[in-house]
Design a protein around this ligand. Structure first.
Ligand code: FMN
Length: 154
């Protein structure tokens, strides 16, 4: 199985750390948006798309890529955010992909250090996140996602 994880982690590399944790538990390659052209997305069984949440959404560039690039049917989405609304943010992104005919195998979210604007004055929100529990949860998620894919393909 081959997995490509495309990540846009513009603020504190929180989401990149989550993507890297996932790649340690799965046959997955991580790329940022700047280097995604080096990969043929069609060669991957599953493509994951993750970013921080910026003004209520995943990275606009990431969403554009996920909705317009040519790749297989199976994907997943993930994010880190300053608030605990990550499930809602992921659901919005997943819906967009499903409307394009993609099968979204699952979604993952966790808190990330947020030093946006006024929060920086106090050292940021969620100072310790993502933490070891978040990394473990991300690894469990990617394993579950692979199993789901294998079940569908059986
Ligand atoms: C410009 C900006 C806007 C943000 N907007 C939101 C938001 O609407 N909701 C939220 O929960 N977190 C928001 N955050 C917090 C980030 O989503 C959070 O810090 C995330 O972990 C950043 O991920 P990254 O380091 O991978 O970029 C915002 C952060 C920045 C810098």
């Amino acid at each position: 199985m081959k997995i490509l994880i495309v990540v846009s982690s513009e603020h504190r590399e929180n989401t990149l750390k989550i993507a890297e944790a996932m790649s340690e538990a799965a046959p997955a390659t991580v790329t940022d948006l700047e280097n995604v052209d080096k990969y043929n997305l069609q060669e991957y069984d599953i493509v994951g798309f993750g970013s921080g949440i910026y003004y209520g959404k995943h990275s606009k560039k990431l969403i554009k890529l996920a909705l317009n690039a040519t790749y297989g049917d199976y994907c997943f989405v993930f994010c880190t955010s300053g608030s605990k609304k990550f499930d809602a943010y992921n659901a919005k992104f997943a819906k967009m992909l499903e409307n394009r005919g993609k099968t979204v195998l699952g979604s993952f979210g966790c808190l990330g250090l947020d030093k946006f604007f006024i929060f920086a004055l106090f050292g940021g929100l969620n100072k310790t996140h993502p933490d070891i529990d978040d990394f473990e949860a991300a690894q469990q998620f990617i394993c579950k996602t692979m199993h789901k894919y294998l079940e569908i393909k059986k």
